[in-house]
Design a protein around this ligand. Structure first.
Ligand SMILES: [Cu+2]
Length: 261
């Protein structure tokens, strides 16, 4: 009996030490993290956002959902023609949500750290399609460009603020990198396959989002304040809205584009 009692006591003591030890995590405050990861984005200051709010919503198309336009594949059919290709200039869900709309806060001076945008940024050429169609990349950061197809592609960007890129990427060159210094939305095309198109969105702060397949988006950890939110769609252009965010609360900003607008 005495032996049993000693064993129970030992187990109790062990669990006590395990419980205490588990709580000793090395913590990093948001301020430390923000300071450590502040990138070169000129004019933007990373600070700790302790009681931020959010802005979320849906971008919709007014009127009937347009029919998907199938594209004709005229080159490298054995690689590019494996899957169907559709026009991506307006991608609309069954309930009128528009995908691939770039949503951003205009001219926000400070807030969460730049790395909230993500850590690696990759544009793949896969099946002779740019994936993803819209690529976010932080100003001063690298975009990794992959060629998963094993055939010749030619990356060609149409930029105004950054230098233009016009580089062949033969099938054997699986990976290359490009740096974009200034905030801008840049159209990217392939000179070999004229149906290939996408956009590189160079961000000078982390409050950017791209709408998902159903048109939804969310901007998180937004410091309280009143902001201009911009919605950019490659065919319909841009529109803005004023949105007020209160500390710790969720604000809604829905937008609507009309076909032909
Ligand atoms: Cu190509």
């Amino acid at each position: 009996m005495k032996k049993f009692f000693t064993l129970v006591m030992a187990l109790l003591l062990m669990s006590f030490f395990v419980a205490c030890g588990g709580g000793e995590e090395k913590s990093t405050t948001p301020a430390e993290k923000a300071g450590r990861t502040a990138k070169k984005a000129a004019g933007y200051q990373a600070t700790a956002v302790t009681d931020g709010g959010s802005i979320s919503g849906k971008v919709s198309l007014a009127g009937a959902v347009p029919e998907k336009k199938k594209l004709e594949i005229t080159k490298d059919v054995n690689v590019c023609g494996k899957t169907g290709h559709y026009d991506e200039s307006v991608v609309v869900s069954a309930d009128n949500g528009i995908a691939n709309v770039v949503v951003k806060i205009v001219a926000i001076g400070k807030g969460k750290a730049m790395d909230a945008l993500g850590e690696s940024f990759t544009l793949d050429q896969n099946g002779c399609v740019f994936q993803p169609h819209i690529n976010l990349v932080p100003a001063g950061g690298d975009l990794t460009i992959l060629n998963s197809d094993g055939i010749l592609h030619n990356i060609h960007t149409y930029s105004e603020k950054n230098g233009s890129v016009n580089v062949a990427q033969p099938g054997f060159k699986k990976k290359m990198k490009q740096n974009f210094a200034k905030a801008e939305i840049i159209r990217v095309a392939c000179d070999v396959h004229n149906w290939m198109g996408g956009y590189i969105v160079v961000a000078d702060h982390p409050y950017y989002s791209v709408t998902d397949a159903s048109g939804g988006f969310e901007l998180t950890d937004v410091p309280a304040g009143t902001y201009t939110v911009e919605f950019w769609q490659e065919t319909f252009g841009k529109q803005t809205q004023e949105v007020t965010v209160t500390a710790g609360a969720a604000a809604t900003a829905n937008a609507e584009f009309a076909a032909g607008s």
